[in-house]
Design a protein. Sequence first.
Length: 404
Amino acid sequence: MAVSINEALDIIYKNISPVPSEVIPLELSLGRILAKDCIANFNMPRFDNSTRDGYAVKCTDAGKTVIVTDVIYAGDKPDMVLKRGEAIRIMTGAPIPEGCEAVVPFELVSEHDKEVILPNKIEDQMFIRYAGEDIERDIVYLHQGDKVTAYSIALLASQGMTHIAVYRKVKVTVFSSGDELRCHYEQIESHQLYNSNTPMFLSRARELGCEVSFLQNIGDTVEQLEEAIKSSLNADIIITSGGMNFGDKDFTKKAFSNCGLQQLFNRVEIKPGRPVAFGTIGHTAIINLPGNPLAGMVNFEIFIRTLIHKMSGSSAYFLGSIDTVITEPYRQKQGQYTVVLGTFDGKAFTPLKKQMAGMVSPMQKTEAIMLTQPDIQLLEKGDSIKIIPVSWEFFSTEKEDFYT
């Protein structure tokens, strides 16, 4: 019996855990997922400092002429004490000297040799950046499950972090199958086809940050297939498609079963791509996608992308959706949960004109998908809809309703 899309996703959420962690240099951490909270070792900024080039002064000296006694540059460690009737030249980022109540920018004073005339109004603490106002010591400034970006690397570097704990990359192995299929670098006969699924799945998994490997010519006997499966169980995910469907060939189903497969579902109520199956062998997830390229792509984007996000340790592993409108009328048959491929210009979604399960060309044009409920027959131009982005990652830390 087929499960719903939500039921299939819930099965994945329940049965998949993050991969183990590792410690790597900060410079190699871009795009990785943090495996533990990052706690501040010290305040940021570390000391009170000036936000402008100007003079360190007392507020009570407003409107007065004061004597310039010293100068402080960024990187200095001042040991002087500011007194009434005095001013100290100070540069942006330089530490605030003891006794300073405010910084007056150069352009607001009148300078005469060693003396300056201060403005009539000086606000207490103006143009002073205080220690800890950005990050306070001992707080969590990045959380387990966060993705490391260039800006989080800036945070980590500001705390003097040289190495961080991240989840290791998810390892994906793709099986090639189908007697009529040949690799793109091989010669083909008139009755054969080039295999577009395998390079697509490998490339998409790599694009999502995985380590990938390709297993070709896995054999056509139970024993050969068992050997191939066992040799691939160091992978976190094994992807098969088409002829490797657990129900298509008895020897295939038997080989996976002999290797300890726990099958969790083998059909999903989705069009295109109903024959998608998922199970586990130990800690390795096994997922079979439809052989038709577009149907395989649809299921990859919904199920395998979710699987990779959950397995990678990301706290955002639920499919995220965007509320938008449709640019033109769209009609479909009722009775099924249907995936509609289309483009998104940031304001509205336009369904692709041609999109059938066996097609290849619509995939590279797709920027987002719309999942319609079975009772939808007609959407009018301007109707409100929900879309799931494909051309960029948009996942949530909470479950969302992504159906139109």
